[in-house]
Design a protein around this ligand. Structure first.
Ligand code: PFF
Length: 452
């Protein structure tokens, strides 16, 4: 069994709990990944499936992760071992750590891009450029050998610094104040984008589902994106759950986090797609979509210079509160399981991550010929984490709750020992016992071609 810290600290207030979990959830997943996934997977069809995935998979799994963490008060592996009473369930923790490395591998690269864009915005680099110029500028930058590496390393060091100084809470507090600004800028961007010529075509693309576009692949993409965006399926919310107070209403907290996260993703779509259609950019462009679209919108906006700097800065901060939570999964696991000092684990994992992220970054430029299964390392990490490991983690969590753990105990935890209503518990339990595992297994089997 892992050693527990003598007194585990608690989140102070209800708002603090929501804000910290939302800090993990809201990040590049909402503003960078969601729009490009939606663009590649049919727009409105993707949005519809995404919302269904958030409600049917995301909500019950988030409640479960919180409940497991709060009941066990331990890191992911420790929590599953403690509640199951067997060692083998610790595998969920190990899977979470591997997933955290995969996600951070490409996440740090994109976080580095947002820093470069702060710099470009501040040096007025977007002004007077055509959409083609801005696309070309992004390609030149992202395929360069050194420039993206420079920003990635800066970001990893900043992240390690925050973790080493133990000021994560401070960062969460700052982000609590700053994130409303990000929402404000997204609203302004949305208004500007919608009023661009042909902007309504973008709204049509994003909101009107074309049902013929719904394919098994779109469903898997939406499912993976929901887990990624909500930080589910790898124990991140188990770790955060272990700090939640006993009197907190877990269902309400999960609902709040999910609403904020989904609203910001939709807002990002509204800011991006009208501009994409107005400027004649391909919506299925891929990971560069946000970085080639929004600079154009800023150049068409009053005060665009300031808004652009602020936007990319806030994007970097939103990314930071997510990378903190991702690296915390690694740190809590390794330090508690192997009884190592947290500081050593943070430094060690950061060094490993500098190497992994550098490889991901280089795979877009000089290393682009090196592919595995037709994918560059960057895309491979993105693919395996969202479409394989997070759904797999969620599957294991649903099997644990639905088939191994005592239902009375989970109901006790979610209802705060019967103090809260348990009327909806049967719905939750049905989803966790039958719907979630069967649906994920069916999606996986289909992916393997077993239904063809
Ligand atoms: N949810 C984060 C985002 O949308 O950017 C990414 C993430 C954080 C995924 C933490 C997984 C995780 F455990």
């Amino acid at each position: 069994m892992s050693k527990q810290p003598t007194s585990r600290s608690n989140f102070g207030s209800k708002f603090g709990t929501v804000a910290t979990a939302a800090g993990s959830a809201v990040g590049l997943g909402n503003i960078w990944k969601f729009p490009y996934e939606a663009g590649q997977n049919g727009g409105g069809a993707f949005l519809l499936i995404y919302i269904l995935c958030v409600l049917l998979f995301g909500l019950p799994i988030m409640i479960s992760e919180f409940a497991i963490g709060r009941r066990a008060r331990a890191n992911v592996a420790g929590a599953f071992r403690k509640l199951s009473g067997t060692r083998s369930w610790g595998i969920v923790g190990l899977l979470g750590v591997i997933t955290a490395f995969l996600i951070l591998g490409f996440y740090f690269v994109v976080a580095g891009w947002s820093l470069e864009y702060v710099y470009q915005a501040a040096s007025n680099a977007f002004v007077g450029k055509t959409p083609t110029d801005l696309s070309q500028a992004f390609v030149n930058f992202s395929t360069d050998t050194f420039q993206p590496l420079f920003w990635t390393v800066i970001f990893i060091c900043a992240n390690a610094f925050v973790l080493l100084a133990g000021v994560e809470k401070g960062i969460e507090r700052i982000s609590k104040i700053l994130m409303p600004f990000l929402v404000l800028i997204l609203i302004l961007l949305s208004i500007r984008a919608i009023t661009m010529p042909n902007g309504s075509a973008g709204l049509q693309f994003f909101f009107a589902p074309d049902f013929s576009k719904i394919t098994p692949n779109v469903i898997l993409s939406a499912l993976g994106q929901a887990f990624f965006s909500l930080s589910l399926g790898m124990g991140c919310m188990v770790t955060y759950g272990s700090y939640i107070r006993k009197d907190n209403n877990l269902t309400k907290t999960a609902l709040h986090v999910i609403s904020v996260d989904t609203l910001i993703a939709i807002l990002a779509g509204v800011a991006i797609f009208p501009a994409v259609f107005s400027l004649g950019i391909n919506p299925a462009q891929g990971p560069e979509l946000v970085f080639i679209t929004l600079p154009n919108v800023f150049t068409h906006m009053a005060g665009g210079y300031i808004w652009a700097i602020l936007f990319f800065l806030l994007l970097a901060i939103a990314a930071l509160t997510s990378t903190i939570s991702l690296q915390e999964v690694i740190t809590a696991y390794v330090s508690e399981e192997f009884k190592l000092q947290r500081k050593k684990v943070i430094v060690g994992s950061s060094v490993v991550l500098i190497i992994v992220s550098s490889l991901c970054s280089l795979s877009l430029g000089v290393g682009s010929k090196l592919t595995i299964g037709g994918m560059r390392l960057f895309d491979l990490f993105d693919f395996t984490s969202s479409k394989l490991f997070l759904p797999l983690g969620a599957l294991l969590i649903s099997i644990f709750i639905g088939w191994f753990y005592n239902p009375k105990k989970i109901r006790d935890e979610i209802s705060n020992q019967g103090k809260l209503s348990t009327k909806l518990f049967p719905v939750y339990y049905f989803l966790m016992r039958y719907f979630v595992p069967i649906a994920i297994i069916a999606i996986f089997l289909n992916e393997l071609g077993l239904f063809n």
